[in-house]
Design a protein around this ligand. Structure first.
Ligand code: TLP
Length: 344
């Protein structure tokens, strides 16, 4: 048996999702006639308190569409320097939107108000126009950490005072909402547009939603077509997305609890883990050997994980990780740590 902790993207659709896929009513979405997609977009928008939504292939596509829809070529956007949009989206923002990213250091995934204020450019013939400010909540590279509503709000206010568009990569916004005990729309009120993923901890097989004002989403819909992302009878993919939003998001606290158990167990074994950063379903920790070696030894014993640096590892809990799996992973880690201490 394999226990896959590489990401929450590895979750497989539930039986209920597979049944809903088989029965989904579909139509040609380029004509706006797929009622299941229409329902998903309306539901996603309502959850975020936004006017409209757009079903897209991936979180990466949703974020790129947000940039394309809010910016012009030659504009500059500001974000924290560990954000997924900067690290892992294949520089699509530069290559396809023609937009420059200016990064700022962060703490717990968020930039400081002071840094944001001073990075917004004044009018000068030499400068690009600062057009957008982006946040990520929860923050992947910071370890699934949550940015509070107050922090989002204060950054939002500064950006808006300077006329910027604010976009949030909310790939795991439901994890953030669960951690904070707030409704997702309360966090989404601190951003003009937000992308969130159905295919991570929510277990849908494909897809994300970009939500925001009507005219913005209309532009994004056209850009999605330009990128070749116009969909036809994709209601079969939207149907599990609806289940993701209706039921799967309500169980995320379980993943958080298991992540804390795993993290505490790792800390007890002597791994380098900062418990305060384990707020949702991601655990980043240091091991006393090369990360590649640790990951290989885990794999020999049926546990999959990703290295994130020379001696650091990421574990992600999700729908397909049970309490027994947590125990099994800790016992495997105990063996590897013991072997290492004995000089294997
Ligand atoms: N993250 C993936 C990898 O790309 C690293 C993962 O395994 O965590 N925003 C955030 C914060 C993400 O974590 C991800 C995926 C995305 C956007 C992109 O979503 P997809 O994979 O649907 O393009």
């Amino acid at each position: 048996m394999t226990i896959d902790l590489r990401s929450d993207t590895v979750t497989k659709p539930t039986e209920e999702m597979r049944r809903a896929m088989a029965l989904a009513e579909v139509g040609d979405d380029v004509y706006g006639e797929d009622i299941t997609i229409n329902e998903l977009e309306a539901k996603g928008a309502a959850l975020m308190g936004k006017e409209a939504g757009l079903f897209v292939a991936s979180g990466t596509m949703g974020n790129l569409l947000a940039v394309l829809s809010a910016c012009q070529r030659g504009d500059e956007i500001i974000m924290e320097d560990q954000m997924h949009m900067f690290w892992y989206e294949v520089a699509g923002i530069a290559a396809l939107a023609g937009v420059q990213i200016r990064t700022l250091p962060g703490a717990g995934g968020a930039v400081s108000e002071e840094d944001l204020r001073s990075a917004i450019r004044s009018e000068d013939i030499h400068f690009p126009r600062t057009r957008m400010f982006c946040m990520e909540n929860t923050h992947n590279r910071a370890g699934g950490t949550v940015i509070s509503k107050d922090k989002m709000e204060s950054l939002y206010k500064i950006a808006k005072a300077h006329g910027l568009w604010v976009h949030t990569d909310g790939a795991r916004i439901f994890n953030a909402a669960v951690f904070l005990g707030v409704e997702p729309r309360e966090l989404a009120a601190c951003t003009d547009s937000i992308t969130f993923c159905l295919s991570k901890g929510l277990a849908a097989p494909v897809g994300s939603l970009l939500t925001g004002p009507k005219d913005f989403i209309l532009r994004a819909r056209k850009y999605r077509k330009m990128l070749g992302g116009g969909m036809r009878q994709a209601g079969v993919l939207a149907a599990p997305g609806l289940i993701a939003l209706e039921t799967m998001r309500l169980r995320l606290a379980e993943d958080h609890r298991r992540a804390r158990q795993l993290a505490q167990g790792l800390a007890d074994l002597g791994a380098g883990v900062v418990m305060g950063t384990v707020q949702t379903n991601i655990i980043r920790f240091q091991v006393p050997m090369a990360a590649e070696e640790f990951v290989a030894r885990l794999a020999e014993r049926g546990v999959l994980a990703n290295p994130t640096g020379p001696d650091s590892i990421r574990f992600v809990t999700h729908y397909q990780v049970s309490d027994e799996d947590v125990e099994a992973v800790l016992s495997v880690c105990r063996d590897i740590f013991r072997e290492e201490a004995q000089g294997r």
